[in-house]
Design a protein around this ligand. Structure first.
Ligand SMILES: [Ca+2]
Length: 92
């Protein structure tokens, strides 16, 4: 597998690690995933308002759970932000 393909598998793997067999993240699981697995890229979520806001943004079908399709939007957003910072860093 290529590096990119391995990374895609890694994303799926992490999602399932926190979502379990139901394949959806509840709010507490989303928080745990972000705080444990994305701590270099996003600030740890401490307060309830930040979590509620992020959760509402991601939960597009309003079923109060984050499915994989909704989760990859977060991955895309964070990767994009990371890319911008990385490019800035490289250009200076
Ligand atoms: Ca949802």
């Amino acid at each position: 597998m290529s590096e990119l393909e391995s990374s895609m598998i890694a994303i799926i793997h992490v999602f399932h690690k926190y979502s379990g067999h139901k394949c959806k993240l509840k709010k507490a699981e989303l928080k745990e995933l972000i705080n444990n697995e994305m701590s270099h890229f996003i600030t740890n979520i401490q307060d309830k308002e930040t979590l509620d806001e992020l959760f509402a943004d991601l939960d597009q079908n309003r079923d109060l759970e984050i499915d994989f399709q909704e989760f990859i939007v977060l991955i895309a957003m964070v990767t994009s932000t990371c890319h911008d910072l990385f490019s800035t860093f490289h250009h200076h």
